[in-house]
Design a protein around this ligand. Structure first.
Ligand SMILES: [Zn+2]
Length: 240
Protein backbone atom coordinates (compact mmCIF):
# COMPACT_ATOMS: atom_id res chain seq x y z
CA UNK A 1 0.00 0.00 0.00
CA UNK A 2 1.48 3.26 -1.11
CA UNK A 3 -0.35 5.68 1.14
CA UNK A 4 -2.87 5.96 3.91
CA UNK A 5 -6.54 6.40 3.10
CA UNK A 6 -9.43 6.86 5.48
CA UNK A 7 -12.26 4.42 4.83
CA UNK A 8 -15.69 4.07 6.37
CA UNK A 9 -16.04 0.42 5.39
CA UNK A 10 -13.48 -2.28 4.52
CA UNK A 11 -14.45 -5.69 3.14
CA UNK A 12 -11.91 -8.47 3.62
CA UNK A 13 -12.10 -11.63 1.52
CA UNK A 14 -9.91 -14.57 0.51
CA UNK A 15 -10.24 -14.45 -3.28
CA UNK A 16 -10.96 -11.78 -5.88
CA UNK A 17 -14.73 -12.03 -6.62
CA UNK A 18 -15.71 -13.25 -3.10
CA UNK A 19 -16.57 -9.69 -2.08
CA UNK A 20 -18.67 -9.08 -5.18
CA UNK A 21 -20.65 -12.32 -4.91
CA UNK A 22 -21.32 -12.13 -1.18
CA UNK A 23 -21.70 -8.46 -0.20
CA UNK A 24 -21.25 -6.53 -3.46
CA UNK A 25 -24.74 -5.07 -3.22
CA UNK A 26 -24.14 -3.72 0.28
CA UNK A 27 -20.79 -2.17 -0.67
CA UNK A 28 -22.30 -0.56 -3.79
CA UNK A 29 -25.18 0.79 -1.70
CA UNK A 30 -22.78 2.37 0.80
CA UNK A 31 -20.55 3.82 -1.93
CA UNK A 32 -23.66 5.39 -3.51
CA UNK A 33 -24.26 7.11 -0.17
CA UNK A 34 -20.79 8.66 -0.42
CA UNK A 35 -19.20 6.37 2.14
CA UNK A 36 -15.55 5.63 1.53
CA UNK A 37 -15.64 1.88 0.82
CA UNK A 38 -12.68 -0.41 0.21
CA UNK A 39 -11.81 -4.07 -0.13
CA UNK A 40 -8.74 -6.18 0.37
CA UNK A 41 -8.34 -9.64 -1.12
CA UNK A 42 -5.94 -11.99 0.65
CA UNK A 43 -4.92 -13.97 -2.45
CA UNK A 44 -4.77 -13.38 -6.20
CA UNK A 45 -6.90 -16.45 -6.90
CA UNK A 46 -4.08 -18.29 -8.64
CA UNK A 47 -5.50 -21.73 -7.87
CA UNK A 48 -8.77 -21.04 -9.69
CA UNK A 49 -9.51 -23.50 -12.48
CA UNK A 50 -9.91 -20.75 -15.08
CA UNK A 51 -7.72 -17.75 -15.92
CA UNK A 52 -4.60 -16.79 -13.99
CA UNK A 53 -3.63 -14.27 -11.32
CA UNK A 54 -2.95 -11.52 -13.87
CA UNK A 55 -6.46 -11.91 -15.27
CA UNK A 56 -7.87 -11.76 -11.75
CA UNK A 57 -5.86 -8.61 -10.90
CA UNK A 58 -7.29 -6.65 -13.81
CA UNK A 59 -10.77 -8.10 -13.29
CA UNK A 60 -10.67 -7.10 -9.60
CA UNK A 61 -9.74 -3.53 -10.60
CA UNK A 62 -12.59 -3.39 -13.10
CA UNK A 63 -15.05 -4.74 -10.52
CA UNK A 64 -13.82 -2.19 -7.96
CA UNK A 65 -14.63 0.61 -10.41
CA UNK A 66 -18.11 -0.77 -11.02
CA UNK A 67 -18.74 -0.97 -7.26
CA UNK A 68 -17.37 2.54 -6.66
CA UNK A 69 -14.61 1.41 -4.30
CA UNK A 70 -12.13 4.01 -3.08
CA UNK A 71 -9.49 1.37 -2.41
CA UNK A 72 -8.75 -2.21 -3.37
CA UNK A 73 -5.71 -4.07 -2.11
CA UNK A 74 -4.29 -7.55 -2.45
CA UNK A 75 -2.03 -9.20 0.12
CA UNK A 76 -0.65 -11.94 -2.13
CA UNK A 77 -1.18 -14.83 0.28
CA UNK A 78 -1.10 -18.33 -1.20
CA UNK A 79 -4.43 -19.36 -2.72
CA UNK A 80 -5.94 -22.50 -1.17
CA UNK A 81 -3.18 -22.52 1.44
CA UNK A 82 -3.93 -19.44 3.55
CA UNK A 83 -2.46 -20.09 6.95
CA UNK A 84 -3.83 -18.69 10.17
CA UNK A 85 -0.57 -17.41 11.58
CA UNK A 86 0.79 -14.24 13.12
CA UNK A 87 2.57 -12.90 9.99
CA UNK A 88 -0.69 -13.11 8.00
CA UNK A 89 -2.65 -11.47 10.82
CA UNK A 90 -0.14 -8.62 10.87
CA UNK A 91 -0.36 -8.15 7.09
CA UNK A 92 -4.10 -7.53 7.45
CA UNK A 93 -3.64 -5.47 10.62
CA UNK A 94 -1.34 -3.16 8.68
CA UNK A 95 -4.05 -2.59 6.06
CA UNK A 96 -6.51 -1.85 8.87
CA UNK A 97 -4.17 0.71 10.39
CA UNK A 98 -3.63 2.36 7.03
CA UNK A 99 -7.28 2.43 5.99
CA UNK A 100 -8.86 3.00 9.44
CA UNK A 101 -12.35 1.66 8.63
CA UNK A 102 -15.09 2.08 11.22
CA UNK A 103 -16.82 -1.03 9.86
CA UNK A 104 -15.18 -4.25 8.68
CA UNK A 105 -16.99 -6.96 6.70
CA UNK A 106 -15.63 -10.49 7.18
CA UNK A 107 -16.76 -13.89 5.90
CA UNK A 108 -19.11 -15.77 8.20
CA UNK A 109 -17.35 -18.61 10.03
CA UNK A 110 -19.46 -21.40 8.52
CA UNK A 111 -17.62 -22.16 5.30
CA UNK A 112 -16.91 -24.83 2.70
CA UNK A 113 -13.61 -23.41 1.42
CA UNK A 114 -10.79 -23.47 4.01
CA UNK A 115 -9.49 -20.10 2.76
CA UNK A 116 -12.82 -18.46 3.58
CA UNK A 117 -12.68 -19.77 7.13
CA UNK A 118 -9.03 -18.72 7.43
CA UNK A 119 -9.99 -15.23 6.23
CA UNK A 120 -12.68 -15.03 8.90
CA UNK A 121 -10.21 -15.97 11.64
CA UNK A 122 -7.34 -13.82 10.34
CA UNK A 123 -9.62 -10.84 9.83
CA UNK A 124 -11.01 -10.86 13.36
CA UNK A 125 -7.58 -11.27 14.92
CA UNK A 126 -6.14 -8.54 12.68
CA UNK A 127 -8.84 -6.10 13.84
CA UNK A 128 -7.83 -6.85 17.41
CA UNK A 129 -4.07 -6.70 16.84
CA UNK A 130 -4.27 -3.44 14.88
CA UNK A 131 -5.35 -1.70 18.09
CA UNK A 132 -2.44 -2.82 20.23
CA UNK A 133 -0.05 0.03 20.97
CA UNK A 134 2.99 -2.10 21.71
CA UNK A 135 2.80 -4.48 18.76
CA UNK A 136 5.62 -4.29 16.22
CA UNK A 137 3.62 -2.95 13.30
CA UNK A 138 3.72 0.06 11.02
CA UNK A 139 1.08 2.75 11.43
CA UNK A 140 -0.90 4.26 14.27
CA UNK A 141 -2.89 1.91 16.52
CA UNK A 142 -6.48 1.61 15.32
CA UNK A 143 -9.32 -0.81 15.94
CA UNK A 144 -12.52 -0.94 13.84
CA UNK A 145 -15.63 -0.24 15.92
CA UNK A 146 -17.83 -2.82 14.25
CA UNK A 147 -17.37 -6.17 12.52
CA UNK A 148 -20.16 -7.78 10.54
CA UNK A 149 -20.04 -11.25 8.99
CA UNK A 150 -21.50 -11.77 5.56
CA UNK A 151 -23.14 -15.06 4.67
CA UNK A 152 -21.30 -17.30 2.19
CA UNK A 153 -24.44 -19.42 1.67
CA UNK A 154 -24.10 -22.15 4.32
CA UNK A 155 -25.14 -20.40 7.52
CA UNK A 156 -28.69 -19.43 8.38
CA UNK A 157 -28.07 -17.54 11.64
CA UNK A 158 -28.68 -14.13 10.09
CA UNK A 159 -28.88 -11.10 12.39
CA UNK A 160 -29.99 -8.65 9.72
CA UNK A 161 -30.51 -8.21 6.00
CA UNK A 162 -29.60 -5.30 3.77
CA UNK A 163 -32.03 -4.36 1.01
CA UNK A 164 -30.04 -4.40 -2.24
CA UNK A 165 -32.99 -4.20 -4.62
CA UNK A 166 -31.64 -1.01 -6.23
CA UNK A 167 -28.07 -2.37 -6.39
CA UNK A 168 -28.64 -5.93 -7.55
CA UNK A 169 -28.01 -5.36 -11.27
CA UNK A 170 -24.83 -3.38 -10.49
CA UNK A 171 -23.67 -6.25 -8.28
CA UNK A 172 -24.16 -8.64 -11.21
CA UNK A 173 -22.16 -6.26 -13.42
CA UNK A 174 -19.31 -6.31 -10.89
CA UNK A 175 -19.30 -10.12 -10.88
CA UNK A 176 -19.38 -10.11 -14.68
CA UNK A 177 -16.09 -8.16 -14.63
CA UNK A 178 -14.49 -11.52 -13.78
CA UNK A 179 -14.62 -12.60 -17.38
CA UNK A 180 -12.11 -15.43 -16.88
CA UNK A 181 -14.42 -16.96 -14.29
CA UNK A 182 -17.91 -16.27 -15.49
CA UNK A 183 -17.93 -15.11 -19.11
CA UNK A 184 -18.07 -18.56 -20.65
CA UNK A 185 -21.46 -20.05 -19.75
CA UNK A 186 -19.79 -23.44 -19.41
CA UNK A 187 -17.33 -22.08 -16.84
CA UNK A 188 -20.00 -20.10 -15.05
CA UNK A 189 -21.88 -23.32 -14.54
CA UNK A 190 -18.93 -25.49 -13.62
CA UNK A 191 -17.29 -23.15 -11.14
CA UNK A 192 -20.25 -22.52 -9.00
CA UNK A 193 -22.24 -25.65 -8.70
CA UNK A 194 -23.29 -28.18 -11.29
CA UNK A 195 -26.04 -26.93 -13.52
CA UNK A 196 -26.39 -23.57 -11.81
CA UNK A 197 -25.32 -20.37 -13.52
CA UNK A 198 -23.74 -17.88 -11.10
CA UNK A 199 -26.17 -15.10 -12.04
CA UNK A 200 -29.19 -17.35 -11.63
CA UNK A 201 -27.82 -18.47 -8.31
CA UNK A 202 -27.24 -14.92 -7.05
CA UNK A 203 -30.69 -13.85 -8.18
CA UNK A 204 -32.46 -16.80 -6.55
CA UNK A 205 -30.56 -16.38 -3.32
CA UNK A 206 -30.95 -12.60 -3.05
CA UNK A 207 -34.62 -12.96 -3.93
CA UNK A 208 -35.15 -15.57 -1.26
CA UNK A 209 -33.36 -13.49 1.38
CA UNK A 210 -35.35 -10.48 0.25
CA UNK A 211 -38.58 -12.41 0.61
CA UNK A 212 -37.75 -13.04 4.27
CA UNK A 213 -37.80 -9.30 4.97
CA UNK A 214 -40.31 -8.06 2.42
CA UNK A 215 -37.99 -6.57 -0.20
CA UNK A 216 -37.04 -7.71 -3.69
CA UNK A 217 -33.35 -8.54 -3.17
CA UNK A 218 -31.24 -8.72 0.01
CA UNK A 219 -27.87 -9.80 1.38
CA UNK A 220 -27.56 -11.46 4.80
CA UNK A 221 -25.25 -10.60 7.68
CA UNK A 222 -24.56 -11.81 11.19
CA UNK A 223 -23.11 -10.02 14.22
CA UNK A 224 -21.83 -11.70 17.37
CA UNK A 225 -22.84 -8.99 19.81
CA UNK A 226 -26.40 -8.01 20.66
CA UNK A 227 -28.35 -5.45 18.67
CA UNK A 228 -29.50 -2.33 20.53
CA UNK A 229 -32.75 -0.72 19.40
CA UNK A 230 -34.32 2.53 20.62
CA UNK A 231 -37.87 1.95 19.51
CA UNK A 232 -39.11 -1.61 18.83
CA UNK A 233 -42.42 -0.19 17.61
CA UNK A 234 -40.61 1.16 14.57
CA UNK A 235 -38.69 -2.01 13.76
CA UNK A 236 -39.07 -2.85 10.08
CA UNK A 237 -40.54 -6.17 8.85
CA UNK A 238 -43.96 -7.10 10.16
CA UNK A 239 -44.35 -10.18 12.33
CA UNK A 240 -47.61 -11.50 10.89
ZN1 LIG B 1 -13.47 -17.53 -2.41
Amino acid sequence: MAENISLDILGIAAHPDDIEITCGGFLIKMAKQDRAVGAVDLTRGEMGSFGDENDRDSEASAAAKIMGLAYRGNLGMTDSAIEVNQPNKLKIAEVIRKTRPELVVLPHWTQRHPDHFACHRLGYDACFLAGLKKIDLEGEPFRPRKIIYVSYFRNTDYTFMVDISDEFEQKCAAVAAYKSQFDDPQNARRIFQPGVNIYDFMRIRARQLGQLVGVEYAEAFTVREHVLIDDPQKMPVSSI
